[in-house]
Write a protein that binds this ligand. Structure first.
Ligand SMILES: C[S@@+](CC[C@H](N)C(=O)[O-])C[C@H]1O[C@@H](n2cnc3c(N)ncnc32)[C@H](O)[C@@H]1O
Length: 201
């Protein structure tokens, strides 16, 4: 079972495990983002995605249960000269503010099913009308590949899980398939993912 301490240990070296550049899918979605949007980078690790969003002029809350990850996120934000609010919390138990965000970035956050459902409920509450959810996660086809992802199959995502958890959101994009990852030492090579861009009506 993954724990915050295990992630603290992974993040405790000087390197950024997934690089300092943002997730490529999130970067591709840039035309959807505009300065002033309130963004939540969920399970933001060492902050590469939250910091990039802040650099686009968004007002960003970066949340992760790893204290070490959030400290590195704050350092990265300082290095880039952007404002970032960091929160050390369990994504499955956080008190998500009602309509508090215009964008939630759920990038490679893999939770046990009960926690995943709780976090999804929180995200649905936290999205303001018109708010976007951008998600990229590994699918079961990733098992056996060496380009990253959780070992426990129940943590993996699928198009069907996105539809089940976020069925009330409008689908702008929802794809499952093979991509090529080049995101730090931990995400390298061909990978099997689901990508979604969803909007609260
Ligand atoms: C694969 S890393 C991805 C980090 C970041 N999203 C990125 O793309 O660089 C998964 C992250 O999820 C975080 N995480 C896992 N379970 C969590 C939970 N229950 N609450 C908050 N963060 C969690 C880990 O600490 C880790 O930072």
């Amino acid at each position: 079972m993954s724990t915050s301490l295990a992630w603290d240990e992974r993040f405790s070296g000087g390197d950024f495990q997934f690089g300092e550049a943002p997730n490529r899918y999130l970067e591709e979605l840039r035309p959807w983002f505009s300065p002033g949007m309130r963004a939540l980078a969920l399970g933001d690790g060492e902050g590469r995605n939250g910091v990039w969003l802040a650099g686009q002029g968004l007002s960003v809350t970066s949340l992760d249960w790893s204290q070490v990850g959030m400290a590195k996120a704050a350092d990265l934000a300082a290095r880039r000269g952007v404002a970032l609010t960091t929160v050390v919390a369990d994504a499955a138990a956080w008190d998500y503010p009602e309509a508090g965000f215009d964008l939630v970035a759920w990038i490679y956050l893999h939770l046990p099913p009960v926690d995943r459902a709780a976090a999804a409920r929180g995200v649905l509450r936290a999205l303001a009308p018109g708010g976007l959810l951008a998600l990229e996660c590994f699918t079961p086809a990733q098992q056996g590949r060496r380009s990253g992802g959780p070992k426990m199959p129940e943590l993996l995502w699928s198009r069907a899980i996105v539809e089940e958890l976020f069925g009330e959101l409008e689908v702008l994009e929802l794809l499952e398939g093979t991509v090529s990852l080049d995101e730090g030492p931990r995400h390298q090579g061909r990978a099997e993912v689901v990508r979604a861009l969803l909007r609260k009506l």
